[in-house]
Write a new protein. Structure first.
Length: 475
């Protein structure tokens, strides 16, 4: 059992002022794996005061000093690799291989990238008639979701440290333990007291408190659109800047010269990796009418190669969903889909032989209309839809016929068509033929997928204000 009933405030693990606890459930066993404190407004207030007090010195720290802190965090993160992998598997249900190959390196990648970006970053620019200064935005509140326990908090914390902005982190209460390990790593990296604070607790108390706190200058949120809307409304009261990384319903455009086997594997991996609980997952497959039948056959043939099961068991590709609520939501969408379209493979209920744990069947629907509920709403589970298109213009129109714009994927061979489709999709990140992730590539959404960008130098800019100084003395 992992218990951490303290918050990390002003450089110390500090008793909560409240007595309520939140139980954290292992989604594979449905058992309590640990407890955290349900923080209070008083706890948050202490953290904000600590961050405010840290601000003057932290915001004036040198680039070299910030790089040194980030390097120590990288070393600490690497030293705790095994523990981080195990914790993410237990709290999220990600197979050990996914924790090791996806979650662990993503968290690490942002800290390393921040060092690279910071090395080349200029906080002062001469622009003819004025000097531009980029200065810390102030105290920043970070609110993160459960689906990538270290990825989102790492990009936010790394960028904030690079910018000299003190933070208060509220991780998701379903997956707090990886965040607690990261806090321990930061503690050892020797940041000034108050520069990094972690307050555990519910979204309704700590998340809400961060959004409305008059002494917090900026809120960086990753999570659902509904909560994003609430945060914007709360933040409006104190006119603070808000960055939102929200949901998606991203298209996978399969061009008519694509290798159909590769296209089927790409589509499958989007709903099996992390059990489809990925904001940027490609869950709307757009396929030429002429390829539909062969594509469907390949999906049905290859899907058993991505087995669902105990995330600690070797060879398992797809673990459980994170919680019972999430399982219920996914089931209700599958049931809707059964009325709206044709079930190709998968379906409602638990996979055979897995009565315990929040397991769902990887599911593809076909003959799906782009305006149906399962084609328009984010399901956040292992469910994908196959939609046909007549020509490339029709594919682009369907790809963009969504309120979201987080990501898009293109599979094919002709470089002219690939570039044309990549530049025509209205989304913040496009991946052509499964290209590798570049941690310096900005991440964020068009339309209702969010406001702002994270990762690399764009991520650092979020934690900065710009000041124009006219008549700055030159010596
Ligand atoms: P969520 O319910 O919106 O929760 C996200 C975070 O917000 C959690 O820490 C939650 O706390 C907190 N929260 C809840 N209510 C709040 C409130 N009223 N005020 C302030 N904070 C509040 O989202 P989720 O279910 O964890 O994550 C899934 C969603 O995140 C999906 O829509 C997904 O697409 C999106 N997402 C987007 C990105 C991206 O980069 N664009 C990345 C990953 C996920 P509790 O944990 O205590 O509820």
């Amino acid at each position: 059992m992992r218990n951490q009933l303290k918050h990390y405030i002003n450089g110390e693990w500090t008793e909560s002022t409240g007595s309520e606890v939140i139980e954290v459930i292992n989604p594979a066993t449905e058992e309590v794996m640990g407890k955290i404190s349900s923080g209070t407004e008083e706890d948050l207030d202490k953290a904000v005061k600590a961050a405010r007090a840290a601000f003057p010195a932290f915001s004036r720290s040198t680039k070299e000093q910030r790089i040194e802190w980030l390097e120590k965090i990288v070393q600490g993160y690497e030293a705790r690799k095994e523990e981080l992998i195990e914790v993410m598997t237990d709290e999220l249900g990600a197979p050990l291989s996914v924790s090791e190959e996806v979650h662990y390196p993503m968290g690490l990648g942002h800290f390393k990238q921040a060092i690279d970006s910071l090395s080349d970053f200029s906080f002062t620019e001469e622009r003819g008639g004025h000097t531009l200064l980029k200065e810390s935005i102030g105290v920043s509140g970070l609110i993160t979701p459960w689906n990538f326990p270290t990825n989102q908090l790492s990009t936010k914390i790394a960028s904030a440290i690079a910018a000299g902005s003190p933070v208060i982190l509220k991780p998701a209460s379903k997956t707090p333990f990886a965040a607690i390990i990261v806090a321990e790593i930061i503690d050892e990296a020797g940041l000034p007291a108050g520069a990094f604070n972690l307050v555990n607790g519910s979204g309704s108390v700590i998340g809400n408190g961060i959004s409305s706190h008059p002494d917090i200058d900026f809120v960086s949120f990753t999570g659902s659109g509904g909560v994003g809307e609430t945060i914007m409304q709360k933040a409006a009261e104190t006119k603070k800047k808000v960055a939102l990384e929200l949901g998606g319903k991203s298209p996978v455009v399969v061009l008519d010269d694509a290798n159909v086997e590769e296209a089927a594997k790409t589509a499958i991996s989007h709903i099996t990796k992390n059990t489809g609980q990925v904001c940027s997952a490609g869950t709307r497959v757009l396929i030429p009418e002429s390829m539909k039948e062969e594509f469907e056959q390949k999906v049905v043939e290859f899907l058993p190669n991505y087995p669902v099961g105990d995330p600690r068991k070797e060879g398992v590709a797809t673990g459980p969903l994170v919680s019972e609520d999430q399982w219920e939501t996914v089931q209700s969408y599958i049931e809707k889909g059964e009325n709206e379209a044709k079930l190709l493979v998968g379906g409602a209920g638990k996979p055979e032989g897995l009565p315990t744990g929040y397991y769902a069947k990887p599911t593809f629907f076909t003959d799906v209309s782009n305006d149906s509920v399962i084609a328009q709403e984010e399901i956040f589970g292992p469910v994908s839809v196959i939609i046909t298109y007549s020509d490339v213009e029709d594919a682009i129109e369907k790809a963009n016929d969504t309120k979201y714009g987080l990501a898009g994927y293109v599979v094919g061979q002709d470089p002219v068509q690939l570039s044309y489709v990549a530049s025509s999709i209205r989304a913040g990140r496009i991946v052509v033929n499964n290209a590798e992730t570049d941690f310096n590539g900005p991440f964020g959404g068009y339309k209702e997928s969010g406001i702002g960008r994270e990762w690399g130098d764009f991520g650092i800019e979020e934690y900065l204000e710009v000041k124009s100084v006219h008549g700055m003395p030159t010596s």
